[in-house]
Ligand binder design. Structure first.
Ligand code: 5GP
Length: 190
């Protein structure tokens, strides 16, 4: 059995956060806490959902090479901490919630990472989810939706794609992929 980097990706609003939260309830999968410069949403806790940093601090860490990958989405920086991943991988598998480009960047540094793209049942469902979570303004929702076609066009570069229609079904499919990948022998790329 090997410890894997299990990357859950997909367009904004597709349900990555919910899925990653459910997956990381099991001890075998530790959630990779990213750094971000965006403000915490209601209920979000520093050091649990994200490490919330000032832009100055984020840039300092980026220059120091602390991020495995980082990007700016919608005016805010987001980055995966190299040290966090390396330390956790020693004892467990790690699950990451990343945007599509970030996921592909992780694969470049860690070719053995397993990338899953969550797909919406359709674009309207995505829009409704973004509206109903009440965490973005109308303008922010439009920005996020404008990226969807581009993000979906990259799906062939992912190891797996899953349609997130019913949460329980998608979660079960993800667990099956995780078990299969974890039990795959090191170096076996079949
Ligand atoms: P949100 O603001 O909704 O929490 O996240 C916005 C987007 O940033 C989501 O697509 C999420 O997957 C992505 N994201 C979260 N953490 C990271 C990270 O460390 N690196 C990158 N590239 N994207 C991230």
């Amino acid at each position: 059995m090997r410890n894997i980097l299990f990357v859950i990706s997909g367009p904004s609003g597709v349900g990555k956060g919910t899925m990653v939260e459910r997956l990381s309830r099991c001890e075998e999968l530790i959630f990779s806490i990213s750094c971000t410069t965006r403000a915490p949403r209601e209920g979000e806790i520093d050091g649990v959902h994200y490490f919330f940093l000032s832009e100055e601090e984020f840039k300092r860490r980026a220059e120091a090479g602390e991020f495995l990958e980082y990007d700016n989405h919608f005016g805010n920086y987001y980055g995966t901490l190299r040290s966090f991943i390396e330390e956790k991988l020693q004892k467990s598998s790690v699950v990451l919630d990343l945007d599509v480009v970030g996921a592909l960047n992780v694969k470049r540094s860690y070719p053995q990472a397993v990338l899953v793209m969550l797909l919406p049942p359709d674009k309207e469902a995505l829009k409704q989810r973004l509206i109903h979570r009440h965490s973005e303004t109308a303008g922010q929702i439009e920005n996020r939706l404008a990226r969807v076609d581009y993000e979906l066009s990259l799906k062939d570069r992912f190891d797996y794609t899953i349609v997130n229609d019913k949460v329980e079904v998608a979660e079960e499919q993800l667990r099956e992929i995780f078990e299969k990948e974890k039990n795959r022998a090191e170096g076996d790329i079949s």
